[in-house]
Design a binder for this molecule. Structure first.
Ligand code: IMP
Length: 196
């Protein structure tokens, strides 16, 4: 079986990929290969960060690897928070502060100019060759939170192709079917499953 590392410790991400890939690959997380460092993510783009993490694993552990990085791009904010999505409010992974900042900055922005998208970049390093995959979902930023599911900016993001609910009002299955990450992972899985 071919070994493939995902540059994450998120058990949920690992499980999701294992289910989608079937039996052809042994999927390992960072903990499985004994990597407990915070891999640097200092590139100016999500594509750069995804590549940086995958290269780190390949250089230090000599294993094929893929990595994903996601950003929320809000048009009225010139594409921010983008690559800064995780710590936009000043504290890493504090979603409430991140959302508060977005809502504050957009207080005067009318509904028709509140367009935004989530974009996920995946970098796969296989036998030293870099392959890139992307997934995106268009939508808009609401003026207040709706729903309690999901994580991150889900409660203020209303996907354009849905029925008016935010991601935080959908179950995981519904969200994954149209989400940025779901689509990027589907493109990656299609590629991997087409390999001999
Ligand atoms: P990561 O690259 O997956 O760690 O995502 C970076 C940041 O983007 C996270 O800390 C969240 O704030 C935000 N984010 C990523 N994916 C989602 C999502 O599916 N819903 C809402 N926010 C997300």
């Amino acid at each position: 079986m071919k070994k493939l590392v995902i540059a994450t410790n998120n058990a949920h991400k690992l499980e999701e990929i294992r289910e989608m890939l079937g039996d052809g690959y042994e999927i390992l997380g960072l903990a499985d290969i004994g990597c407990d460092v915070d891999i640097p993510e200092t590139a100016p783009t999500i594509e750069g960060n995804a590549e940086m993490k995958a290269r780190y694993v390949q250089e230090h552990y000599g294993l094929d690897c893929f990595s994903d990085d996601t950003g929320l791009e809000i048009d009225a904010l010139g594409g921010e928070p983008g690559v800064h999505s995780a710590r936009y409010g000043g504290v890493a992974h504090d979603s409430e502060r991140n959302i508060d900042k977005v809502l504050r900055l957009m207080a005067d922005v009318p509904l028709e100019r509140r367009t935004a998208r989530f974009r996920t970049a995946i970098a796969l390093l296989q036998a030293g060759v870099l392959h890139r995959f992307e997934g995106r979902v268009e939508g808009r930023i609401l003026t207040e939170r709706h729903g309690t599911g999901g994580f991150g900016y889900d409660s203020i993001f209303q996907p354009a192709e849905g029925d008016g609910r935010t991601f935080a009002q959908m179950d995981a299955h519904e969200k994954n079917a149209i989400s940025h990450r779901g689509r990027a992972v589907a493109a990656l899985v299609e590629y991997l499953n087409s390999q001999p």
